[in-house]
Write a protein that binds this ligand. Structure first.
Ligand code: SF4
Length: 355
C-alpha cells in the first residue's frame, strides 16, 4: 500500500469530450480514478510531471460514484469512457478502496461503453461488470506489457506482476468474451524494439489470444525524467553515455528516421503473425455511434499508413477523420478516399443509420 492516502475533491471525473476520439483506446473521454500511482514504473512520465515522488501518495475521491453518476447524465450514451490516463485503475489501493469498481457499477448501470488500460491481473475481479457493459454496448481491456524477458520487466516495473501473468489475464478476458488488446508501452530503443525481442513478445501475445496490439516509444518529458530513465536502463545493460542524446537529441520524442525504420519492421512482424496493429472494426461494429465508428476506422487506417510511412495517405486520412469529427463531410469525399474499400462497412452502417 502507498505511504499516504488522502482524499481529494475533484470538480469532475470524466472531464470534457475530446475533439477527436482517441484512436487506440476508442475513448471520447479519458479519465483516471486515482491520482498518483503506487506502481511507480521507472519509465513512467508521471515522474516527469510531478515534483514529489509519484508513487508515494495516492489521492482518491470519496464521493466518486456520485460524481460519475451526475456527469454521466450529460454524456452521450454511446461515448466511450476510457479509464486509461495518468494512473493504473487497478493499482494496489483498489484492493482496499474499490473506487474503480464503484465507478464501473455506475457505468454498467448506464450501459456506457468503457475501456480500461491496466497492468494488473485484478481487472478480472470485475469481469462480471465488464460483461454486463459489453452485453449492453461495448467494453474492452488493454493490458500493458513491456518485455518477454523477466529480468528486463522486473528492473523497470518491479511492483507489477510478471508478463506471463498479464498474458494469463488477456486469456481470461478473452475467454469471457471481452475484447482485449495488448499495449507494448513504452518501446525503448535497442531494448524491446529489436526484431528478436518484439517477435518473441508477439508470439506470446498471439498465443494468449489478444485481439490486437499497439506500441509507442517512450517520450522524455524533461531532464529529470531523462536521468531517471537512463539510470534504470544502466541497471539492465551498458548503455553508452550518448545513448539518449543520439536517439532523442534534445527533444521529447525519438529520432524520427529511427522510429520510421523500426515501425516498418515491427508492423511486418505483426502482419506475419496475423496480429492486427489496431482494434479491428469487428470488435466495435454496431456498438458505438455510427459516425464515431467511421471516424475510428479512418483513424485506424491512418495508423497503418503512418506505421508504413505512407505520408500522403496519412495527411488525407487525418483530414477526412477531422471532417467527420466536425460533422462536415460528404459521401463523395468518403468514396474518393483511397482506402474506401476498407472503411466501406462503417460507411454503409452510417448511411443505414440516417435513412
Ligand atoms: S502503472 Fe502506468 S501510470 Fe502507474 S506508474 Fe506504471 S506506467 Fe505509470
Amino acid at each position: 500500500m502507498p505511504m499516504f492516502v488522502v482524499d481529494i475533491h475533484r470538480a469532475n471525473l470524466f472531464g470534457s469530450p475530446l475533439a477527436r476520439i482517441d484512436a487506440i483506446t476508442l475513448a471520447r473521454y479519458t479519465s483516471h480514478i486515482y491520482e498518483g500511482c503506487e506502481y511507480g514504473c521507472n519509465y513512467c512520465d508521471g515522474w516527469g510531471r510531478h515534483l514529489r515522488p509519484f508513487n508515494e501518495q495516492i489521492r482518491l475521491m470519496p464521493e466518486i460514484a456520485n460524481v460519475a453518476m451526475s456527469e454521466l447524465a450529460t454524456i452521450h450514451r454511446s461515448a466511450v469512457i476510457g479509464l486509461t490516463a495518468e494512473s493504473d485503475a487497478y493499482q494496489p489501493a483498489e484492493q482496499l478502496y474499490h473506487r474503480t469498481r464503484s465507478v464501473l457499477r455506475v457505468l454498467a448501470d448506464c450501459g456506457q461503453p468503457t475501456v480500461i488500460m491496466t497492468k494488473s491481473q485484478h481487472v478480472v475481479d470485475d469481469i462480471e461488470l465488464l460483461t454486463q457493459i459489453h452485453q449492453h454496448s461495448f467494453a474492452m481491456v488493454m493490458v500493458t506489457i513491456i518485455s518477454h524477458m523477466p529480468e528486463v520487466q522486473s528492473k523497470l516495473e518491479d511492483k507489477n506482476v510478471a508478463t506471463i501473468e498479464r498474458l494469463a489475464t488477456v486469456t481470461r478476458l478473452k475467454k469471457a468474451g471481452i475484447p482485449v488488446g495488448v499495449v507494448i508501452q513504452p518501446l525503448i530503443p535497442h531494448l524491446n524494439d529489436t526484431d528478436y525481442a518484439f517477435m518473441r513478445l508477439v508470439e506470446m501475445i498471439v498465443a494468449a489470444g489478444a485481439d490486437f496490439v499497439h506500441w509507442d516509444y517512450v517520450n522524455v518529458l524533461n531532464q529529470r525524467h531523462r536521468n531517471r530513465l537512463f539510470e534504470a536502463l544502466a541497471r539492465i545493460g551498458n548503455y553508452p553515455p550518448r545513448y539518449m542524446s543520439t536517439l532523442y537529441h534534445e527533444g521529447k520524442t525519438i529520432d524520427r528516421p529511427y522510429e520510421k525504420e523500426r515501425n516498418l519492421a515491427l508492423t511486418r512482424i505483426c502482419d506475419d503473425a496475423k496480429l492486427p496493429v489496431h482494434p479491428p472494426y469487428s470488435l466495435f461494429a454496431k456498438r458505438l455511434d455510427p459516425r464515431d465508428e467511421l471516424e475510428l476506422v479512418i483513424s485506424h487506417q491512418v495508423r497503418r499508413d503512418r506505421l508504413q510511412n505512407r505520408d500522403l495517405s496519412v495527411s488525407i486520412g487525418e483530414m477526412l477523420a477531422t471532417h467527420i469529427a466536425a460533422g462536415a463531410f460528404s459521401v463523395q469525399e468518403l468514396r474518393n478516399y483511397a482506402h474506401f474499400l476498407q472503411i466501406r462497412p462503417a460507411v454503409l452502417h452510417m448511411e443505414a443509420s440516417i435513412r
